[in-house]
Design a protein. Structure first.
Length: 85
């Protein structure tokens, strides 16, 4: 399998978040070419911390990405209200 070229998100600044601990979390759409069927995933790429601690990478189906987004937004709401789940 090969990637299908450079996605627009590779160049956009609004597709990443830099955390207070110095990690950059990039969100991208990955397209893989397969003889049988195309594969599309939403990816999260978590960079190393300034001290060199390894990062983490995840590839999500569209449904998994939506579920993660809902979970993140739920936690944001609780955090803004100062509540615990």
């Amino acid at each position: 399998m090969a990637t299908a070229g450079t996605d627009r998100t590779d160049m956009a600044d609004d597709t990443s978040v830099v955390t207070r601990c110095g990690r950059t979390i990039k969100v991208r759409c990955m397209h893989l070419v397969s003889p049988d069927h195309p594969i599309t995933r939403v990816t999260l790429d978590v960079s190393q911390v300034r001290g060199g601690v390894p990062g983490t990478w995840a590839a999500l189906t569209p449904d998994e990405a939506r579920r993660l987004a809902r979970l993140l937004l739920d936690q944001v709401g609780l955090a803004e209200q100062g509540r615990r789940p």
